[in-house]
Design a protein around this ligand. Structure first.
Ligand code: C2E
Ligand code: CA
Ligand code: CA
Length: 243
């Protein structure tokens, strides 16, 4: 019971409307919040990541359904799926199926975030798993785009819906002309292929302005809100939408 999920909202770049939330795991160790960067890589070296991943899917679906019942808007919830977890496909499929059924959350509200490393492993198998999950109306995002193997060919091959441009391109966008070029190019290419683009790690108004000029669709970052517990997310939503 030492794990907890935090949620970070995502917004429409133009309207500022909330369009999604990403679930991010935390380990609360005697009151200290331990970030996933400290334990996810270790758990990925063993089968622990599969147990942890299953816990996340279950907990997130139940908690999120509770949020919606309490008036949170039914926007998509994104879950991070690690490569090990993704390639244990029968376990993953049954875990997601059970969690959706038990929580009564529709698959259309779930988005799975995969990194480029998941996609390069076994192309045919990966496409087949994605398609099975798409039958449940689950959508897919490529996380940390631009930092991995970045084979542009997989944008054509994999049936994903969203590209999340990695924060490293966003953080010094004001000062780094080549980052601006890269962001512009990713966005144009994604749009031509019919994909949406989200910029993550947006911290300042200036960064936001650059991203607007490049026509990114969605934003996520501390400029709007950091990840927070479910109760705080609901309270913040109510506060911001109350007349
Ligand atoms: P990620 O999926 O790329 O998640 C985004 C990270 O950036 C999160 O860190 C988030 O808190 C942080 N972030 C968001 N906005 C900003 C910003 O404006 N500025 C800065 N500096 N940071 C921002 P977090 O929660 O520490 O998670 C780190 C990584 O751990 C995640 O990166 C993801 O790869 C992994 N992770 C988190 N939860 C899970 C999970 O449930 N399962 C798996 N497999 N991995 C997870
Ligand atoms: Ca992510
Ligand atoms: Ca990311």
């Amino acid at each position: 019971d030492a794990f907890q999920l935090y949620y970070q909202p995502q917004f429409n770049m133009l309207t500022g409307e909330i369009t999604g939330v990403e679930a991010l795991i935390r380990w609360i160790d005697n009151g200290r919040v331990v970030l996933p960067g400290e334990f996810i890589p270790i758990s990925e070296e063993s089968s622990l990541i599969n147990d942890l991943g299953e816990w996340v899917v279950n907990k997130a679906c139940h908690e999120y359904q509770g949020l919606i019942e309490n008036g949170f808007p039914p926007v998509k919830m994104a879950l991070n799926i690690s490569a090990n977890q993704f390639h244990k496909s029968s376990e993953l499929l049954s875990c997601i199926e059970t969690a959706l059924t038990e929580s009564n959350l529709p698959g259309s509200l779930l988005q799975l975030e995969l990194t480029e490393s998941v996609l390069i492993d076994d192309v045919d198998e990966t496409i087949s798993i994605i398609n099975k999950l798409k039958e449940k109306e689950i959508t897919f995002a490529i996380d940390d785009f631009g930092t991995g193997y970045s084979s542009l060919s997989y944008l054509k091959v994999f049936p994903v819906d969203l590209i999340k441009i990695d924060q490293s391109f966003i953080h010094d966008v004001e000062h780094d002309a080549s980052n601006r070029t890269i962001i512009g190019a990713i966005t144009v290419m994604a749009h031509e292929l019919g994909l949406k683009v989200l910029a993550e790690g947006v911290e300042t108004q200036q960064q936001l302005e650059h991203l607007k000029s490049h026509k990114c669709d969605y934003v996520q970052g501390h400029f709007y809100a950091a990840a927070m517990p479910a109760d705080d997310l609901l309270a913040k939503y109510r506060e911001e939408t109350s007349p």
